[in-house]
Design a protein around this ligand. Structure first.
Ligand code: B16
Ligand code: MG
Length: 227
């Protein structure tokens, strides 16, 4: 009698994507809204300072900005200021379209899906749902972990380790895509491989550097995970 053919299923691997600066460029909207808030308090900050806010959650970002302006506020006042900034920011992202996706985003997500690779979001933002809806990306994701799900801000690895747990994939089989130094550090702290969207001069410690997601293929990602 003929032996049945055994199909060996390949072990699960996962890609965990940061949102702002990796899939879509919402940094410009964060900058405009924070700048408007700072100006309303009588000071300003530079684009170079704004770089330090990437990947940092809302309340921590506000603390950093108030510190730059030498402004002291109570906890209740900070809640109001953060809510005001968020109203301005949400008004802007509510008008976003898929045209604002960064190069290579849709192609890579579609290719990963076709190959059966699990896909998760690992973002500090509490507004990820509306951004993914507006840019028509929601359907690609097997798990969405954002600022509504976790409390620890990057460089704490919680956002990425939670995503791995939700997908049921071991951290050693996960790879993170990040554009912020704190995000790269979070991935390393979570014992995951990391692809940095940026340069080695700006982002230390990644396994691979790309200008955007059009510069990497599913095959290269698999090689990085196994390496
Ligand atoms: P929200 P990411 C981060 O998104 C941004 O880079 C950071 O600038 C922002 O303060 C943070 O989300 C919180 O965003 O105010 O919408 O909750 O890069 O982790 O996707
Ligand atoms: Mg980011």
């Amino acid at each position: 009698m003929q032996e049945p053919i055994k199909h060996q299923s390949s072990p699960a691997v996962a890609c965990i994507f940061d949102l702002d600066g990796v899939l879509v460029d919402t940094a410009v909207y964060h900058f405009q809204a924070w700048k408007k808030l700072a100006n309303s308090l009588g000071f300003d900050f530079t684009e170079a300072q704004n770089e330090n806010l990437k990947g940092v959650n809302r309340m921590r970002s506000l603390d950093m900005i108030l510190n730059w302006g030498g402004v002291d506020k109570s906890a209740a006042e900070k809640e109001t200021l953060a809510a005001t900034k968020n109203e301005w920011y949400v008004a802007m992202i509510n008008k976003m379209t898929a045209a604002e996706l960064l190069p290579g985003t849709v192609q890579l997500l579609a290719d990963l899906k076709k190959e059966g690779v699990k896909i998760a979001l690992g973002s500090a933002s509490k507004n990820s749902a509306v951004i993914l809806e507006r840019t028509q990306l929601t359907h690609f994701f097997d798990a969405i972990v954002d600022g509504n799900v976790v409390s620890a801000s990057k460089p704490d690895p919680e956002v990425f380790t939670t995503a791995a747990a939700m997908l049921g994939v071991p951290v050693a089989s996960c790879i993170v895509f990040e554009d912020a130094q704190v995000g790269v550090e979070a991935a390393i702290a979570g014992k995951m491989k990391v692809v940095a969207v940026g340069t080695a001069a700006n982002l230390k410690g990644a396994n691979r550097y790309v200008k955007d997601l059009s510069e990497i293929t599913v095959q290269e990602i698999m090689t990085l995970i196994k390496g």
